[in-house]
Design a protein around this ligand. Structure first.
Ligand code: GAP
Length: 457
């Protein structure tokens, strides 16, 4: 469990060890924007690789996609985002700090339903204002809540609609899948049920970005949309839930005690069911990593109507034509990255000293093996170590490290989660064997260089 870890530890560790940096830090930073550093981008890419393998490459019923971020302005009108994609916002009357009202109410134990009108939210807000404090000045005097649209506008020159409505950055990644449904059907001729998967960026004008990578203004989503025959949704939905849970536990190696399911109480009007996979983040507690939604025929119906292009599926087997229903999975890459880091981050004792170790599965580790010459001032050791490093680096991401004592170099590799270290010493020069050290147990054994790859597999 994560009770003994704090998010402060994770944030400072992530910066110190080159995983995550504040966006535009040298200019004072930007709220809700983060950059992934040298080890962070390796971990992020490994998460994406694992997700893509499980959801596209190992599935004969799923197709991959990478759609453009800029989309015709009508997309966001048809999807309902220009009118309904908003959060209730208020401002502190003393210092103008913005407040997301539903989240502020939640903090004082009052649940605001997503479907509530502005008047209903304001009634709740008025009744509970005295318990809510401005995060900056501590006052409790706020303007009434107003719906604040989360779409981010771009100034892309748009000649398709004569500049009548702006070209937005994507508020969610899945729209690109709906736009390409017909292209995939016409080019790949899939049999229903089938899915389309993609990883893409999303941008939201979050009122109060918070909790490090958890709520940001720019993030990536890994989405699948599974198309089924109308009302043949239930069994497929349960199977998708099972597959998703299994990926977290069996592929990523996340401790299932730190995960749980949460079903939505208040569904949007077109949804038939919605569940979240939650993770128990240090300090913040359980919160959503991924949403699994039964969206009925809503998305393809609204885009059929607005575009005038028939997005029905012709079911040759059943001899029918219909708009498929959609089962969606949508995972925030920043949130799963933070969950993985939190789960793997461990401070423990080894050989009578405290060490920090990132217990990542080898598949996720940014560096798979580090090669260390015992001494850096012995050219013959350095030369042999570089030779072994070059050999290993052709097959897996490897790191060469020669500075500091071997013990210190082991500790640094433990901290970034490197599963194995290979040390080149004087015996190596005699018999072509090396010391192979295991990150988790600290155990060391002698291995022939020729057999190293088997030992690392
Ligand atoms: N297409 C459905 C959709 O976008 P969502 O619940 O708004 O649904 C899906 O988002 C996932 O995207 C969430 O479970 C979360 O992991 C991630 N996400 C949403 N807003 C985010 C934000 N501001 N920062 C980071 N991740 C976010």
């Amino acid at each position: 469990m994560n009770d003994k870890k704090t998010m402060e530890q994770i944030i400072s560790y992530a910066k110190r060890r080159g995983f995550v940096f504040q966006g535009s830090e040298i200019y004072g930073g930007m709220a809700g924007v983060y950059d992934f550093g040298p080890y962070g981008v390796e971990l992020l890419n490994n998460i994406k690789k694992s997700w893509w393998r499980a959801n596209v490459q190992l599935r004969s019923d799923y197709y991959g996609l990478d759609s453009a971020m800029f989309k015709h302005p009508q997309v966001w009108e048809a999807s309902g985002h220009t009118s309904g994609f908003s959060d209730p916002m208020s401002e502190c009357k003393s210092c103008n700090t913005r407040l997301r009202v539903d989240k502020a109410l939640e903090k004082v134990g009052v649940a605001a339903d997503e479907k509530m009108s502005e008047d209903e939210i304001n009634k709740l807000f008025d009744d509970n204002k005295s318990k809510i404090k401005c995060t900056k000045c501590g006052n409790s005097d706020f303007t009434p809540a107003k719906a604040f649209n989360l779409l981010v506008k771009s100034n892309l020159g748009d000649f398709t609609n004569k500049g009548e409505s702006p070209v937005y950055l994507p508020g969610e990644a899945c729209q690109g899948i709906y736009l390409n449904f017909k292209n995939v059907v016409d080019s790949m001729h899939p049999k229903i049920p089938f899915g389309i998967a993609q990883i893409n960026k999303a941008f939201r004008n979050e009122i109060s970005p918070r909790n490090f990578l958890f709520r940001t203004r720019e993030f990536e989503q890994a989405d699948t949309q599974y198309f089924v025959r109308p009302e043949e949704n239930k069994e497929a939905f349960e199977k998708i839930k099972e597959d998703r849970w299994s990926w977290y536990v069996n592929d990523l190696g996340i401790n299932p005690e730190n995960m749980r399911w949460k079903q939505h109480d208040n569904l949007v009007f077109y949804a038939k069911d919605a569940w979240d996979i939650e993770y128990n983040y240090p300090t913040y507690g359980f919160d959503e990593v991924e949403g699994i939604h039964d969206r009925s025929d809503y998305d393809l119906s609204v885009h059929s109507k607005a575009s005038g292009v028939d997005l029905s599926y012709v079911d040759q087997v059943a001899g029918e034509k219909y708009i498929p229903w959609i089962l969606e999975t949508s995972m925030g890459l920043g949130r799963i990255f933070l969950a993985i880091l939190s789960d793997a981050y461990t401070v423990e004792e080894m050989d009578g000293a405290e060490r920090t170790v990132l217990k990542l599965s080898p598949e996720l580790a940014p560096v798979k093996v580090a090669v260390l010459p015992l001494l850096k001032n012995k050219p013959e050791l350095v030369e042999k170590a570089k030779e072994v490093f070059t050999m290993l680096n052709k097959v897996m991401v490897s790191e060469y490290a020669e500075t500091g004592t071997v013990g210190k170099r082991y500790r640094k590799q433990d901290e970034i989660g490197t599963p194995h270290c290979v040390t080149i010493d004087f015996d190596t020069l005699e018999d072509d064997t090396v010391t192979l050290r295991d990150r988790d147990s600290g155990e060391q054994k002698r291995v022939k260089i020729a057999e190293l790859l088997n030992g690392l597999a």
